[in-house]
Write a protein that binds this ligand. Structure first.
Ligand code: NAP
Length: 242
């Protein structure tokens, strides 16, 4: 039987998975469409939402999907829930790639925040220079603390409704040395980060540690309890047994 995969992507893990797939699979990579010019991948790619659990269920059935891999970002909670719902309805095999979270190590000065609103509060009342690395869609929440100067680095346009925001156009990846230079050049006092995990964006965390800067670390929201692995290699091993 041909294995028809739907890979929910937008991450390095999804990219590694599609590049590592052996012959014998018919994969489709799905992207949300947040990035205007996404990196081309060597498999058929569809772009845009499905229309909730109903839309995803319908898409899985129409395309005779046999396996779904949820390789979305740790903070993409809605699509993960939709995948669990649609796979349960259709009886489709589902595997999630759940990248382990970062933990503090000696030298880290983390202020843990349960969500983005808590991260705003964790900045405190005293005006400071904040490097916001939360994703451009969530920058708007910080308008609630207009006393700070915010610095955002992004390829796509940023929500400029936030006062005192400096948008810097730059494309990663950023190594630790780049991050040290950035934090120093902009005179940053504090960094705000999602607890994304993984190596690709860890340079800013180790750079902050090296400079003795605090990091407001935003925790993940719970995701559905489905079979999961930590990385693309784990997903390839799972597929080999199915
Ligand atoms: P989300 O809040 O979980 O999803 C919102 C809606 O976007 C979903 O209900 C779905 O629309 C659509 N969607 C999300 N991922 C999709 C995918 N891979 N293919 C098709 N539709 C998708 O997601 P998000 O946090 O906005 O993230 C969007 C994308 O960016 C994901 O692919 C994620 O891996 C990537 N990403 C997110 C972050 C982050 O910090 N959140 C960081 C890096 C990359 P319908 O209900 O209409 O199907």
């Amino acid at each position: 039987m041909v294995k028809r995969l739907l890979i929910l992507g937008g991450t390095g893990e999804a990219s590694a998975l599609v590049r590592g797939l052996p012959p014998g699979f018919e994969p489709t990579l799905s992207l949300a469409g947040r990035t205007m010019a996404p990196k081309a991948e060597p498999v058929p790619t569809r772009i845009g939402g499905f229309g909730g659990v109903d839309g995803l269920t319908d898409w899985i059935e129409r395309n005779r999907i046999t396996h779904v891999i949820d390789a979305t970002h740790p903070f993409a909670a809605r699509i993960a829930a939709n995948a669990a719902g649609a796979c349960a309805r259709t009886g489709t095999a589902l595997l999630a790639i759940r990248r382990p979270a970062w933990g503090p190590v000696p030298g880290d000065r983390w202020r843990e925040a349960a969500d983005m609103a808590a991260a705003v509060n964790a900045l405190g009342a005293v005006p400071c220079r904040v490097f916001l690395t939360v994703g451009r869609q969530e920058v708007g929440v910080f308008a609630a603390a207009p006393q700070h100067d915010y610095f955002v680095r992004s390829i796509e346009p940023v929500d400029l409704a936030v006062p005192r925001l400096t948008a810097i156009s730059a494309r990663g990846p950023f190594a630790e040395a780049d991050e040290v230079a950035f934090l120093r050049d902009q005179g940053i006092d504090v960094l705000v980060s999602k607890n994304s995990g993984g190596a690709a964006t860890y340079g800013k965390i180790s750079a902050a540690r090296g400079l003795g800067l605090p990091v407001v670390m935003v925790a993940r929201q719970p995701k559905p309890d489905v079979p999961s692995v930590a990385d693309a290699a784990g997903a390839l091993a799972w597929l080999a047994t199915r």
